[in-house]
Design a protein around this ligand. Structure first.
Ligand SMILES: [Zn+2]
Length: 61
């Protein structure tokens, strides 16, 4: 995975499982410290990640 910010190849990837078949991937660039997320191949914002992870928690009624 190339960094979308500096096009460097020195990136780390962490997969975070949401549900049985869903996961988000967190990427960070060691060159420029840029960080980004992907969900099902699409780039998403941190706010989207938070709402996705919130869904797996029990609903409060
Ligand atoms: Zn970078």
């Amino acid at each position: 995975m190339l960094c979308p910010s500096c096009a460097g190849e020195n990136t780390t990837q962490i997969q975070i499982r949401l549900k049985s078949e869903e996961s988000v991937r967190f990427f960070s660039c060691r060159t420029c410290e840029h960080k980004w997320w992907k969900y099902e191949g699409e780039s998403i914002a941190l706010d989207d990640v938070l709402s996705l992870t919130a869904e797996k928690q029990p609903a409060r009624t």
